[in-house]
Design a protein around this ligand. Structure first.
Ligand code: NAD
Length: 261
């Protein structure tokens, strides 16, 4: 086996992986030889076609499993239908921007469910199998907003701080068992989720698109460059490698220096 197929024989479930960072992570894991389960809440022909094209491109098994990460039972059944997994990447996430006093209650509940509680449910379902095999990786896609705050994003920031705390707790509960749990904290990555925030940010700040990208979104990212999905995926592959066997209960920032300020 060549070193670039270092994850041959491992299985990975990536939640929310039919676009953006989740898909980028799935591609990097497939390149490293892991068998993949893609997920989202839709069940379209194109979702299954995406799985088939990834399998053909990388010579690994790729399945698409529809499950709604806002529902605890769906989160747990995703892992059961997948037959367990060696690498669990909790990535599904949504965003909504409003001041606290105007924040719709249903949006708060939905963001907490998808961005935080889903990681609790999938981890609870996946950990017994990882313990049986004596090897596992739980990798949570948190955010720079898991370490620091911005106005108008109360639910997202509360959920992402929660993900960082959940990651530390799982790390302590699995320490010494061949299982690690960590949170990756990206700054801004230009994906559909970020693209969708631009009109809201333009409205809140009364700015045009270019100005809001430069002076608001990337203001706190000193590199003034978006991170890429390949960089997030590469970090997931690193965390799944033997080099990271003792890396657990921590956060890895990929934020162009944001959290150094
Ligand atoms: P995206 O909108 O491109 O992808 C989100 C994914 O989650 C999609 O595949 C979507 O189908 C899926 N999803 C949404 N609701 C779901 C549900 N109920 N059940 C199952 N799947 C669901 O967004 P992205 O930018 O790729 O974000 C992915 C993760 O990365 C999120 O957790 C986000 O908070 C985090 N993140 C993103 C950035 C960024 O700048 N893009 C920065 C930091 C953290």
């Amino acid at each position: 086996m060549s070193s670039d197929r270092q994850l041959h024989g491992k299985s990975a479930v990536i939640t929310g992986s039919n676009s953006g960072i989740g898909l980028g992570v799935a591609i990097e894991l497939a390149k490293a030889g892991a068998d993949i389960v893609l997920n989202s809440f839709t069940d379209r022909d194109e979702d299954h076609a995406l799985a088939a094209s990834l399998a053909a491109a990388h010579g690994v098994s790729v399945r698409y499993i529809c499950a709604d990460m806002s529902k605890g039972a769906d989160c747990r059944s995703l892992i059961q239908v997948a037959g367990g997994c060696d690498i669990l990447v909790n990535n599904a996430g949504i965003q909504f921007v409003a001041p606290v006093e105007e924040f719709p209650v249903e949006k708060w509940d939905q963001i907490l469910a998808i961005n935080l509680s889903s990681a609790f449910h999938t981890s609870a379902a996946a950990l017994p199998g990882m313990r049986d095999r004596g090897w596992g990786r739980v990798i949570n896609i948190a955010s720079a907003h898991g370490l620091t705050a911005s106005p108008f994003k109360s639910a997202y920031i509360a959920a992402k701080h929660g993900v960082v705390g959940l990651s530390k707790t799982i790390a302590l509960e699995t320490a010494g068992q061949g299982i690690t749990c960590n949170a990756i904290c990206p700054g801004y990555v230009l994906t559909p989720l970020v693209e969708a925030q631009i009109p809201d940010q333009m409205k809140v700040h009364g700015m045009d698109r270019e100005t809001v990208i430069r002076d608001v979104m990337l203001l706190r990212q000193p590199s003034r460059q978006f991170a890429t999905v390949e960089q997030i995926g590469g970090t997931v592959v690193y965390l799944s490698s033997p080099a990271a066997d003792q890396v657990t209960g921590t956060t890895i920032s990929i934020d162009g220096g944001w959290t150094a300020m």
